[in-house]
Design a binder for this molecule. Sequence first.
Ligand code: SF4
Length: 381
Amino acid sequence: MNIKEIQAKSLLRKYKKIDSWFISRYGMNPYRGCLHNCAYCDGRDAKYNVEGDFGKEVSVKTNAVQLLEKELSPKGKRKPLKKAYILPGGGVGDLYQPVEEKYRLGKKILQIIYKYNFPLHILTKSVLVERDIKLIKEINKKTRAIVSSSFSSVNEDISKVFEPGVPLPVRRLEMLNTFKQNGVAIGMFLLPVIPFITDEFEYIDNAFRSAKDVGADFVLYGGMTLKPGIQKDYFLNVIKKNYPSKLQDFKKIYEADNQYGQANWNYYKKIESLFIKAAKKYQLPTRIPLKYFGNILCINDLLVVIFEHIDHYLKQKGEKTNYGYAAYQVSLLKEPITELKEKLTSIEGINQTHINAINEIIDTGTCKLYEDLLSNNLSSK
Ligand code: SF4
């Protein structure tokens, strides 16, 4: 392992729009690069500019804690930061990867998050997070915490090939269960499901069943993207070595070298039905439930998240939806929507049905359509 210590100019990444998958507005990467070295990791992609040999080298932002202290403190800020989950780690480096044992930046970052009263959502493939359980429980009591882990499946042999640097799925599930037993919400990110390897119903079903068994509050799922260049080349080499007969299949569905690395649309449509079937079977929501964010977000962010969740559940039912676009339009508003009640009809993309839902959400914190879709998502029929 090769570690490089660096001084960063800033740490907190602020999103323009709330992310309705993680209910997050803020991310950060105190570590750049990830020794977990997952074969599909898109942190390898050139656009992230991670220096060095990904999977073997890591840059450590040694001033991360001082930076975050300044960035979260309300001192010297005209407007306080909006409340939403902070998601430390992710994209280009797991917060609890092996270097955390030495540098302990994660623990210090959690202490600052606690101090400044932000909710916390951790997504990690490491069980080192158990070290900080006491602190995470304190954050959960004060402002709320969620601990999630991502899986390509819960199959051990497959995990050894694609996630060589992390504990086996059974151990990660045990870690999630420990948090659940301690009153912290937990989630599974079944992401990415690997085409031709973990995308059969048997694997998806096993993953949902395992999530249910450990008490997961939600399972979010998604297919794999392979961005052209380093990420795609690295992944295909792993396939060539371990599953040579499947190489051509991958080349076919990732044929069009689009910049986002998506597989062809028909493929995603095919696997979507498997996820929906499993979610219904185990009655697990496929978005983070409202009870974990309803009383945290400002009204505009709450509307954006609920509308995006509505959009997701309508798509699951095979229905056309314009709620995603309406959510985007709400996200652009500078004023709280409660001050624009008379002008809602003039907002592009907002129709009378949306307005009714907006008013219902302002008054009650939810709306009938959302609740109906959730029960449909959870109904086994
Ligand atoms: S744990 Fe996450 S960030 Fe680290 S290599 Fe795996 S996918 Fe990438």
